[in-house]
Design a binder for this molecule. Sequence first.
Ligand code: ADP
Ligand code: MG
Length: 338
Amino acid sequence: MSASLSANAQNHAHKKVLKLMGSRFEITAVSDDEALAWQSIDACIEEITRIEKVISSWDERSQTAAINRNAGIKSVIVDPELFNLIVRAKKISNLTDGAFDVSYASVDKIWKFDGSMQGLPSAEEVAASVAKIDYHNIILNAEDHSVFLKEKGMKIGFGAIGKGYAANKGREIMKAMGITSGIVNASGDLLTWGKEADGSEWSIGIADPKNKRSVMAWLAVGEMAVVTSGNYEKFIEVDGKRYSHIIDPRTGYPVQGLKSVTIICPDAELSDALATSVFVLGKEKGMALINQLNGIECFLVDDKDELSYSKNLKLNYYKNGVAPSTDATQVNIGHEAN
Ligand code: ADP
Ligand code: MG
């Protein structure tokens, strides 16, 4: 684990950069109390590391791995924390009609995004690749908080929600320690609270999808999560059609039409899950869903580089990408894959 430290004595923002959950995390605490700031950052790192051990599906010792090993065999009693995360994930599956599904983890990776694909897989292959995905078959028992995956070969994974959950919990710990302002930035999944050291709101720069170095708009936020899904550089072209690396778990086909989706709401877990959901749902259905939800905003970029915004999104535009403040944090649309 490598970490780089930086402290800016003038504005009392203290920051650590390190790798957690396979992603680059930047954790910032704004405080006059330097010792407390560093302590809170360390506590946040410890919390995220703890969560990773519970939800990681590739760590054989995790409770999640135990659930997967026992698919089609028996139910597994897990900590209420993991149980409740799965309960919430299933709620998002219901909300999105299965566009979001943590049992996506069982997918057969028949789509290769490294240029090695010669043609499209057959319809049978595609159907078989997603045959084990169905959140209805994640059986939850609230009495003993046990989880049972009904079908052999089923798997759950938290790739599209775990980083957001961990960021939420990290922020909670820092707040409880008395840190009133900060940012947790998990590879572009941003979670802010409080205000910048100079008393202004956090400025989140949204990169122009056509030119990642230029900012096309700014969001002024307090307690908020800004999460982007989709990597617009990662797609394949087969028979003249573009396919993204995100697959619709209901059909087995890669989603078409969108380059990236950004969700803005106070809860990082929800933002994380909804970003993937809207990507799968596509422009019309995705935007319709977000416009029905109070306090959740969205903007997306389609594959023609056209932008769409949810009804109540308030962005500040700076046409030539002029930054309102130099220490603003930038979100890249289609940020690098982990
Ligand atoms: P990023 O890596 O940019 O944060 P996402 O938040 O969209 O991307 O999450 C990608 C992860 O989500 C992958 O680990 C993948 O296994 C998982 N995933 C992909 N599609 C779905 C889906 N429809 N429902 C739930 N999880 C998914
Ligand atoms: Mg996500």
